[in-house]
Write a protein that binds this ligand. Structure first.
Ligand code: NIG
Ligand code: FE
Length: 401
Protein backbone atom coordinates (compact mmCIF):
# COMPACT_ATOMS: atom_id res chain seq x y z
CA UNK A 1 0.00 0.00 0.00
CA UNK A 2 1.22 3.47 -0.85
CA UNK A 3 -0.08 6.85 0.19
CA UNK A 4 0.14 10.45 -0.98
CA UNK A 5 -0.40 12.67 2.06
CA UNK A 6 -1.28 16.31 2.72
CA UNK A 7 -2.27 16.91 -0.89
CA UNK A 8 -2.90 20.65 -1.35
CA UNK A 9 -6.14 19.93 -3.22
CA UNK A 10 -7.37 16.62 -4.58
CA UNK A 11 -9.87 16.96 -7.42
CA UNK A 12 -12.35 14.36 -8.50
CA UNK A 13 -15.98 14.26 -9.54
CA UNK A 14 -19.30 13.65 -7.81
CA UNK A 15 -22.02 11.20 -8.90
CA UNK A 16 -23.79 14.12 -10.58
CA UNK A 17 -20.65 14.99 -12.55
CA UNK A 18 -19.70 18.11 -10.63
CA UNK A 19 -16.09 18.68 -9.74
CA UNK A 20 -15.32 18.04 -6.08
CA UNK A 21 -12.23 19.25 -4.27
CA UNK A 22 -10.77 18.01 -0.98
CA UNK A 23 -8.06 20.10 0.66
CA UNK A 24 -5.29 18.55 2.75
CA UNK A 25 -6.28 15.20 1.28
CA UNK A 26 -4.75 11.75 1.12
CA UNK A 27 -5.07 8.91 -1.35
CA UNK A 28 -4.06 5.30 -0.73
CA UNK A 29 -3.56 2.70 -3.42
CA UNK A 30 -2.50 -0.92 -3.65
CA UNK A 31 -0.99 -2.24 -6.87
CA UNK A 32 -3.06 -0.66 -9.64
CA UNK A 33 -6.17 0.32 -7.61
CA UNK A 34 -7.28 3.11 -5.32
CA UNK A 35 -8.35 1.79 -1.92
CA UNK A 36 -8.94 4.91 0.18
CA UNK A 37 -9.50 8.63 -0.33
CA UNK A 38 -10.28 11.35 2.18
CA UNK A 39 -8.94 14.09 4.40
CA UNK A 40 -5.42 13.49 5.59
CA UNK A 41 -6.40 13.71 9.25
CA UNK A 42 -8.73 10.74 8.76
CA UNK A 43 -6.07 8.58 7.13
CA UNK A 44 -6.23 5.02 8.53
CA UNK A 45 -3.21 4.38 10.75
CA UNK A 46 -1.20 1.51 9.35
CA UNK A 47 2.16 0.87 7.77
CA UNK A 48 2.52 1.97 4.20
CA UNK A 49 5.17 0.72 1.81
CA UNK A 50 5.67 4.29 0.59
CA UNK A 51 4.42 7.51 2.17
CA UNK A 52 4.90 10.80 0.34
CA UNK A 53 4.22 14.38 1.29
CA UNK A 54 2.27 16.13 -1.53
CA UNK A 55 1.66 19.44 0.21
CA UNK A 56 3.03 21.40 -2.75
CA UNK A 57 0.84 19.53 -5.24
CA UNK A 58 -2.67 19.39 -6.51
CA UNK A 59 -3.70 15.88 -7.54
CA UNK A 60 -6.22 14.98 -10.23
CA UNK A 61 -7.24 11.75 -11.95
CA UNK A 62 -4.60 10.99 -14.60
CA UNK A 63 -5.29 13.16 -17.64
CA UNK A 64 -6.76 11.38 -20.66
CA UNK A 65 -6.16 12.62 -24.20
CA UNK A 66 -9.11 10.91 -25.90
CA UNK A 67 -8.33 11.95 -29.52
CA UNK A 68 -4.88 11.76 -31.11
CA UNK A 69 -3.41 10.73 -34.44
CA UNK A 70 -0.27 9.58 -32.63
CA UNK A 71 2.09 8.54 -35.39
CA UNK A 72 2.61 9.44 -39.05
CA UNK A 73 5.39 10.07 -41.54
CA UNK A 74 6.66 13.51 -42.57
CA UNK A 75 5.28 16.87 -41.61
CA UNK A 76 3.10 19.53 -43.20
CA UNK A 77 4.69 22.79 -42.03
CA UNK A 78 4.54 24.29 -45.51
CA UNK A 79 0.72 24.06 -45.43
CA UNK A 80 0.55 26.41 -42.47
CA UNK A 81 2.04 29.16 -44.63
CA UNK A 82 -0.50 28.40 -47.36
CA UNK A 83 -3.34 28.59 -44.83
CA UNK A 84 -2.09 31.93 -43.53
CA UNK A 85 -2.23 33.27 -47.09
CA UNK A 86 -5.87 32.22 -47.30
CA UNK A 87 -5.94 28.63 -48.63
CA UNK A 88 -8.60 26.48 -46.98
CA UNK A 89 -8.15 22.97 -45.57
CA UNK A 90 -10.25 21.52 -48.41
CA UNK A 91 -8.38 23.49 -51.12
CA UNK A 92 -5.05 22.21 -49.79
CA UNK A 93 -6.45 18.66 -49.76
CA UNK A 94 -7.72 19.00 -53.33
CA UNK A 95 -4.18 19.94 -54.46
CA UNK A 96 -2.83 16.65 -53.09
CA UNK A 97 -1.79 18.12 -49.74
CA UNK A 98 -3.55 17.48 -46.45
CA UNK A 99 -4.26 13.95 -45.26
CA UNK A 100 -3.15 12.35 -48.55
CA UNK A 101 0.33 13.83 -48.37
CA UNK A 102 0.74 12.34 -44.88
CA UNK A 103 -0.53 9.01 -46.26
CA UNK A 104 2.30 9.02 -48.83
CA UNK A 105 4.89 9.79 -46.15
CA UNK A 106 3.48 7.26 -43.69
CA UNK A 107 3.55 4.44 -46.22
CA UNK A 108 7.20 5.31 -46.96
CA UNK A 109 8.23 5.42 -43.29
CA UNK A 110 9.81 2.35 -41.71
CA UNK A 111 8.22 0.54 -38.74
CA UNK A 112 11.09 1.74 -36.56
CA UNK A 113 10.52 5.34 -37.56
CA UNK A 114 6.77 5.18 -36.91
CA UNK A 115 7.38 3.54 -33.53
CA UNK A 116 9.98 6.12 -32.56
CA UNK A 117 7.63 8.93 -33.45
CA UNK A 118 4.69 7.35 -31.62
CA UNK A 119 6.88 7.04 -28.51
CA UNK A 120 8.17 10.59 -28.86
CA UNK A 121 4.67 12.07 -29.20
CA UNK A 122 3.28 9.95 -26.35
CA UNK A 123 6.17 11.10 -24.18
CA UNK A 124 5.48 14.76 -24.97
CA UNK A 125 1.81 14.32 -24.04
CA UNK A 126 2.87 12.50 -20.86
CA UNK A 127 4.85 15.56 -19.79
CA UNK A 128 1.54 17.40 -19.53
CA UNK A 129 0.27 14.71 -17.17
CA UNK A 130 -1.39 12.37 -19.68
CA UNK A 131 -1.67 8.79 -18.35
CA UNK A 132 -4.05 7.46 -21.02
CA UNK A 133 -4.39 8.33 -24.66
CA UNK A 134 -6.39 7.24 -27.64
CA UNK A 135 -4.36 6.69 -30.82
CA UNK A 136 -5.82 6.57 -34.32
CA UNK A 137 -4.59 5.17 -37.60
CA UNK A 138 -5.82 6.96 -40.73
CA UNK A 139 -2.60 7.64 -42.60
CA UNK A 140 -2.11 4.10 -43.93
CA UNK A 141 -5.41 3.68 -45.79
CA UNK A 142 -4.64 0.15 -46.99
CA UNK A 143 -4.97 -3.18 -45.25
CA UNK A 144 -1.20 -3.49 -44.87
CA UNK A 145 -0.51 0.01 -43.59
CA UNK A 146 -3.51 0.40 -41.27
CA UNK A 147 -2.58 -2.90 -39.59
CA UNK A 148 1.08 -1.88 -39.47
CA UNK A 149 0.24 1.28 -37.50
CA UNK A 150 -2.04 -0.62 -35.12
CA UNK A 151 0.72 -3.14 -34.50
CA UNK A 152 3.06 -0.28 -33.68
CA UNK A 153 0.54 0.99 -31.11
CA UNK A 154 0.34 -2.50 -29.67
CA UNK A 155 4.10 -2.65 -29.37
CA UNK A 156 4.23 0.76 -27.71
CA UNK A 157 1.52 -0.18 -25.23
CA UNK A 158 3.68 -3.02 -23.95
CA UNK A 159 6.00 -0.42 -22.42
CA UNK A 160 4.61 0.29 -18.94
CA UNK A 161 6.27 3.69 -18.73
CA UNK A 162 4.16 4.90 -21.68
CA UNK A 163 0.60 6.18 -21.23
CA UNK A 164 -2.05 3.52 -21.61
CA UNK A 165 -3.13 3.36 -25.24
CA UNK A 166 -6.69 2.88 -26.59
CA UNK A 167 -6.29 2.12 -30.32
CA UNK A 168 -8.75 3.29 -32.96
CA UNK A 169 -9.05 2.24 -36.59
CA UNK A 170 -9.54 5.26 -38.88
CA UNK A 171 -9.30 3.58 -42.29
CA UNK A 172 -12.30 5.77 -43.19
CA UNK A 173 -10.26 8.98 -42.88
CA UNK A 174 -10.37 9.83 -46.57
CA UNK A 175 -10.36 8.08 -49.94
CA UNK A 176 -6.74 7.23 -50.81
CA UNK A 177 -5.27 8.43 -54.11
CA UNK A 178 -5.38 5.02 -55.83
CA UNK A 179 -9.17 4.76 -55.19
CA UNK A 180 -10.03 8.31 -56.32
CA UNK A 181 -12.01 7.08 -59.30
CA UNK A 182 -13.73 4.20 -57.49
CA UNK A 183 -14.57 5.13 -53.94
CA UNK A 184 -17.03 2.23 -53.64
CA UNK A 185 -14.11 -0.17 -53.97
CA UNK A 186 -12.29 1.51 -51.09
CA UNK A 187 -15.42 1.38 -48.92
CA UNK A 188 -15.71 -2.30 -49.79
CA UNK A 189 -12.06 -2.82 -48.81
CA UNK A 190 -12.73 -1.18 -45.44
CA UNK A 191 -15.85 -3.25 -44.79
CA UNK A 192 -14.77 -6.60 -46.19
CA UNK A 193 -11.05 -6.67 -45.41
CA UNK A 194 -9.72 -3.98 -43.10
CA UNK A 195 -12.39 -4.00 -40.36
CA UNK A 196 -12.68 -7.82 -40.21
CA UNK A 197 -8.89 -8.34 -40.02
CA UNK A 198 -8.40 -5.65 -37.40
CA UNK A 199 -11.17 -7.15 -35.35
CA UNK A 200 -9.90 -10.68 -35.75
CA UNK A 201 -6.40 -9.63 -34.66
CA UNK A 202 -7.93 -7.60 -31.79
CA UNK A 203 -5.88 -4.57 -32.73
CA UNK A 204 -8.46 -1.81 -32.17
CA UNK A 205 -11.30 -0.99 -29.77
CA UNK A 206 -12.94 1.71 -31.89
CA UNK A 207 -13.78 2.46 -35.49
CA UNK A 208 -13.73 6.14 -36.46
CA UNK A 209 -14.97 7.84 -39.65
CA UNK A 210 -14.32 11.35 -41.00
CA UNK A 211 -17.74 12.50 -42.15
CA UNK A 212 -17.22 15.50 -44.42
CA UNK A 213 -17.34 16.69 -48.02
CA UNK A 214 -14.46 14.98 -49.81
CA UNK A 215 -14.30 12.16 -47.23
CA UNK A 216 -17.35 10.06 -46.20
CA UNK A 217 -21.07 10.83 -46.33
CA UNK A 218 -23.69 10.36 -43.62
CA UNK A 219 -25.07 7.23 -45.31
CA UNK A 220 -21.62 5.74 -45.85
CA UNK A 221 -20.85 6.37 -42.18
CA UNK A 222 -24.04 4.54 -41.13
CA UNK A 223 -23.09 1.60 -43.31
CA UNK A 224 -19.42 1.40 -42.25
CA UNK A 225 -20.37 1.79 -38.57
CA UNK A 226 -22.81 -1.09 -38.76
CA UNK A 227 -20.08 -3.34 -40.17
CA UNK A 228 -17.69 -2.13 -37.44
CA UNK A 229 -20.23 -2.88 -34.72
CA UNK A 230 -20.89 -6.36 -36.09
CA UNK A 231 -17.13 -6.87 -35.82
CA UNK A 232 -17.12 -5.81 -32.17
CA UNK A 233 -15.71 -2.31 -32.62
CA UNK A 234 -17.25 0.70 -30.88
CA UNK A 235 -18.03 3.84 -32.83
CA UNK A 236 -16.32 7.22 -32.94
CA UNK A 237 -16.98 10.00 -35.42
CA UNK A 238 -15.08 13.00 -36.78
CA UNK A 239 -18.10 15.09 -37.68
CA UNK A 240 -19.41 18.64 -38.25
CA UNK A 241 -15.81 19.89 -38.39
CA UNK A 242 -15.98 21.95 -41.59
CA UNK A 243 -19.73 21.89 -42.27
CA UNK A 244 -22.98 20.63 -40.76
CA UNK A 245 -23.14 16.88 -41.40
CA UNK A 246 -25.97 16.16 -38.92
CA UNK A 247 -23.50 14.85 -36.36
CA UNK A 248 -26.10 14.42 -33.60
CA UNK A 249 -28.47 12.41 -35.80
CA UNK A 250 -25.54 10.31 -37.01
CA UNK A 251 -24.44 9.66 -33.42
CA UNK A 252 -27.96 8.57 -32.57
CA UNK A 253 -28.21 6.25 -35.57
CA UNK A 254 -24.81 4.67 -35.08
CA UNK A 255 -24.83 4.57 -31.27
CA UNK A 256 -21.51 6.42 -31.28
CA UNK A 257 -19.53 6.55 -28.05
CA UNK A 258 -18.11 9.93 -29.05
CA UNK A 259 -18.69 12.61 -31.69
CA UNK A 260 -15.60 14.74 -32.14
CA UNK A 261 -15.08 18.30 -33.51
CA UNK A 262 -18.71 19.58 -33.84
CA UNK A 263 -17.76 23.16 -34.77
CA UNK A 264 -20.77 23.30 -37.11
CA UNK A 265 -23.30 21.32 -35.07
CA UNK A 266 -26.88 22.60 -35.49
CA UNK A 267 -29.48 23.01 -32.74
CA UNK A 268 -31.47 20.00 -34.01
CA UNK A 269 -28.30 17.97 -33.96
CA UNK A 270 -27.58 19.02 -30.37
CA UNK A 271 -31.02 17.70 -29.41
CA UNK A 272 -30.24 14.39 -31.15
CA UNK A 273 -26.83 14.21 -29.48
CA UNK A 274 -28.49 14.61 -26.14
CA UNK A 275 -30.87 11.73 -26.89
CA UNK A 276 -28.00 9.53 -28.03
CA UNK A 277 -25.95 9.87 -24.82
CA UNK A 278 -22.85 10.30 -26.99
CA UNK A 279 -19.92 12.26 -25.54
CA UNK A 280 -19.02 15.44 -27.44
CA UNK A 281 -15.26 15.84 -27.84
CA UNK A 282 -13.95 19.36 -28.34
CA UNK A 283 -10.68 19.87 -30.18
CA UNK A 284 -9.88 23.56 -29.79
CA UNK A 285 -6.36 23.38 -31.24
CA UNK A 286 -7.79 22.17 -34.57
CA UNK A 287 -10.64 24.71 -34.51
CA UNK A 288 -8.25 27.56 -34.05
CA UNK A 289 -5.59 26.34 -36.48
CA UNK A 290 -8.19 25.96 -39.23
CA UNK A 291 -9.76 29.28 -38.27
CA UNK A 292 -13.05 27.57 -37.56
CA UNK A 293 -15.48 28.85 -34.99
CA UNK A 294 -15.19 27.03 -31.65
CA UNK A 295 -17.75 24.32 -30.99
CA UNK A 296 -20.72 25.69 -28.99
CA UNK A 297 -19.44 24.49 -25.62
CA UNK A 298 -21.84 26.51 -23.48
CA UNK A 299 -24.86 25.26 -25.42
CA UNK A 300 -23.68 21.66 -25.18
CA UNK A 301 -23.06 21.93 -21.45
CA UNK A 302 -26.40 23.70 -20.83
CA UNK A 303 -28.07 20.80 -22.64
CA UNK A 304 -26.42 18.36 -20.25
CA UNK A 305 -24.18 16.81 -22.92
CA UNK A 306 -20.91 15.38 -21.55
CA UNK A 307 -18.09 17.41 -23.10
CA UNK A 308 -14.50 16.18 -23.30
CA UNK A 309 -11.42 18.14 -24.36
CA UNK A 310 -8.56 16.61 -26.37
CA UNK A 311 -5.57 17.61 -28.49
CA UNK A 312 -6.45 15.99 -31.86
CA UNK A 313 -2.67 15.89 -32.25
CA UNK A 314 -1.99 15.36 -35.99
CA UNK A 315 0.38 16.81 -38.62
CA UNK A 316 -2.25 18.98 -40.33
CA UNK A 317 -4.93 20.65 -38.26
CA UNK A 318 -3.38 20.26 -34.79
CA UNK A 319 0.41 19.82 -34.85
CA UNK A 320 0.75 20.75 -31.16
CA UNK A 321 1.35 17.74 -28.91
CA UNK A 322 0.21 19.46 -25.73
CA UNK A 323 -2.90 18.78 -23.68
CA UNK A 324 -2.39 21.83 -21.48
CA UNK A 325 -2.47 23.96 -24.61
CA UNK A 326 -5.84 22.42 -25.56
CA UNK A 327 -7.10 22.89 -21.99
CA UNK A 328 -6.19 26.56 -22.00
CA UNK A 329 -7.84 27.10 -25.40
CA UNK A 330 -10.96 25.31 -24.19
CA UNK A 331 -11.26 28.12 -21.67
CA UNK A 332 -10.33 31.15 -23.73
CA UNK A 333 -11.73 30.03 -27.08
CA UNK A 334 -14.62 27.74 -26.11
CA UNK A 335 -15.70 29.57 -22.93
CA UNK A 336 -15.39 26.61 -20.62
CA UNK A 337 -14.43 27.05 -16.97
CA UNK A 338 -11.31 25.43 -15.52
CA UNK A 339 -13.56 22.99 -13.64
CA UNK A 340 -15.39 21.99 -16.82
CA UNK A 341 -12.08 21.53 -18.61
CA UNK A 342 -10.73 19.31 -15.86
CA UNK A 343 -13.84 17.12 -16.09
CA UNK A 344 -13.31 17.21 -19.87
CA UNK A 345 -9.85 15.62 -19.64
CA UNK A 346 -10.77 13.16 -16.87
CA UNK A 347 -14.36 12.02 -16.29
CA UNK A 348 -15.76 12.80 -19.75
CA UNK A 349 -12.59 11.85 -21.63
CA UNK A 350 -12.86 8.44 -19.91
CA UNK A 351 -16.47 8.22 -21.11
CA UNK A 352 -15.33 9.08 -24.65
CA UNK A 353 -13.27 5.87 -24.39
CA UNK A 354 -16.15 3.97 -22.77
CA UNK A 355 -13.81 3.47 -19.82
CA UNK A 356 -15.50 5.66 -17.19
CA UNK A 357 -16.08 2.75 -14.85
CA UNK A 358 -12.36 2.39 -14.22
CA UNK A 359 -10.72 5.65 -15.31
CA UNK A 360 -11.16 9.39 -14.97
CA UNK A 361 -12.05 9.63 -11.28
CA UNK A 362 -10.29 9.26 -7.96
CA UNK A 363 -12.56 6.79 -6.30
CA UNK A 364 -12.16 3.49 -4.46
CA UNK A 365 -11.82 0.70 -7.02
CA UNK A 366 -10.66 3.03 -9.80
CA UNK A 367 -7.22 2.78 -11.43
CA UNK A 368 -4.30 4.30 -9.54
CA UNK A 369 -3.43 6.81 -12.27
CA UNK A 370 -2.85 10.33 -10.96
CA UNK A 371 -1.57 13.60 -12.29
CA UNK A 372 0.29 15.69 -9.70
CA UNK A 373 0.91 19.35 -10.42
CA UNK A 374 2.93 21.81 -8.39
CA UNK A 375 0.37 24.62 -8.58
CA UNK A 376 -1.93 26.44 -6.21
CA UNK A 377 -5.12 25.30 -7.87
CA UNK A 378 -6.43 23.79 -11.09
CA UNK A 379 -7.57 27.27 -12.12
CA UNK A 380 -4.01 28.56 -11.86
CA UNK A 381 -2.65 25.60 -13.81
CA UNK A 382 -5.07 25.96 -16.72
CA UNK A 383 -5.34 29.74 -16.91
CA UNK A 384 -1.55 30.21 -16.60
CA UNK A 385 -0.90 27.35 -19.06
CA UNK A 386 2.75 26.59 -19.54
CA UNK A 387 3.93 28.28 -16.32
CA UNK A 388 7.42 26.90 -15.93
CA UNK A 389 7.17 26.29 -12.16
CA UNK A 390 4.19 23.96 -12.64
CA UNK A 391 6.15 20.76 -12.38
CA UNK A 392 3.99 17.78 -13.45
CA UNK A 393 4.46 14.26 -12.10
CA UNK A 394 2.45 11.15 -12.75
CA UNK A 395 1.48 7.93 -11.04
CA UNK A 396 0.65 5.37 -13.69
CA UNK A 397 -0.58 1.85 -12.92
CA UNK A 398 0.28 2.62 -9.30
CA UNK A 399 3.92 3.49 -10.02
CA UNK A 400 5.68 6.87 -10.19
CA UNK A 401 6.82 7.32 -13.80
O1 NIG B 1 -9.03 15.54 -36.76
N1 NIG B 1 -10.53 15.92 -39.62
C1 NIG B 1 -9.87 15.02 -40.01
N2 NIG B 1 -8.76 14.55 -39.47
C2 NIG B 1 -7.85 15.32 -38.70
C3 NIG B 1 -6.94 16.08 -39.54
C4 NIG B 1 -6.04 15.18 -40.16
C5 NIG B 1 -5.03 15.84 -41.01
O2 NIG B 1 -5.21 17.00 -41.45
O3 NIG B 1 -4.03 15.16 -41.22
C6 NIG B 1 -8.51 16.16 -37.66
O4 NIG B 1 -8.52 17.40 -37.69
FE1 FE C 1 -8.80 14.07 -35.50
Amino acid sequence: MRVLRKIRTLYTCTESHQLSAITNAAVVWKDDSIIWIGEDNHLPKQTYKQELDASDYIVTPGFIDCHTHLTFGGNRWQETGMKMKGASYLEIAEKGGGIRSTVRETRNASDAELLTRARYHADLLARDGVTTLEAKTGYGLSLEHEIRVLEIYKQLSQDNSMPRIFPTLLAAHTIPEEYQQNREDYIRLICEDIIPSVSQKKLALFNDIFVEKGSFSFDEAVMISSVAKKNGLKIKLHVDQLSDQRGGELSEQTGAISADHLEFISDESIAALKRSGTVAVSLPIASLQLKQPPLPARKLIENGIPLAVATDFNPGSAPVPSLIHAMNLAVVYQRMTAEEVLLGVTRFAAQALDAHHEFGQLKVGYKADFTMIKADSIEEHIYAAGKKTHEVKRVLRGEFV
